[in-house]
Write a protein that binds this ligand. Structure first.
Ligand SMILES: [Fe+2]
Ligand SMILES: [Fe+2]
Length: 215
């Protein structure tokens, strides 16, 4: 994004997914793909919700509208890949990651809306990181799926930037930086506490993987 919406310039998230994370789920590609379709649909819904709740700044509205469309394109793309592989798309128990992140959102406005935007930025950034991990591990064994994840990575990174920038339109930069720091620390605790399951945003099983990420 950009146009007239200012850059938020926030530091990277303190938690880093252990490099071994993706290799565990090579035999769970079907489940990951079904989850991906659900995640893309939820991401589109989140963008549409913000479109109605944020101030009517033209640059921001255009950015959010484009983001919502892009998530739907990702959703359709994932459905197509599922169809081509003969994998049925159906219900899947949601991973508690997003719900756990939202538990740290402020109770009062405007910080509540800022936090909700930053939670979306965190989800996009973590998805981006995890898809990069998956693409690397899949490259030698499933080039089509590796390419699929690789192509999504750049878009999800842009989405993270846009949500950070949107938050920066609501409160001063120091407030955004403080909320980002708190939510980032919370996200690290959430990921360390979640079970290691074949989900894009599941726990890493840090102990089993030998220490896990920083911060
Ligand atoms: Fe997406
Ligand atoms: Fe996204």
């Amino acid at each position: 994004m950009s146009e007239s919406v200012a850059s938020a310039d926030l530091p990277p998230l303190p938690y880093r997914t252990p490099p071994q994370w993706a290799a565990r789920w090579l035999d769970h590609r079907d489940e990951l793909l079904v989850e991906q379709a659900h995640l893309e649909k939820k991401a589109a819904a989140a963008a549409l919700s913000f479109l109605f709740r944020l101030p009517a700044d033209p640059a921001l509205q255009r950015g959010l509208s484009a983001l919502a469309r892009e998530e739907l394109v990702h959703f359709e793309r994932t459905l197509k890949l599922l169809g081509a592989r003969g994998i049925p798309f159906g219900p899947l128990a949601p991973c508690p990651y997003a719900a756990e992140l939202k538990r740290a959102v402020a109770a009062t406005m405007p910080e509540r809306l800022v936090d909700e935007l930053l939670v979306s930025a965190i989800i996009e950034a973590r998805s981006c990181e995890r898809m990069q991990c998956l693409a690397q591990v899949l490259a030698p064994v499933d080039a089509e799926l590796a390419g699929f994840y690789s192509e999504l990575v750049a878009a999800e990174a842009r989405h993270a930037d846009l949500y950070q920038e949107a938050a920066a339109t609501l409160v001063p930069p120091a407030v955004v930086a403080l909320r980002w720091q708190r939510l980032g620390a919370h996200e690290a605790r959430v990921l360390r506490g979640l079970p290691a399951v074949p989900r894009l945003l599941g726990g890493s099983g840090d102990d089993a993987l030998g220490g896990g990420g920083g911060g």
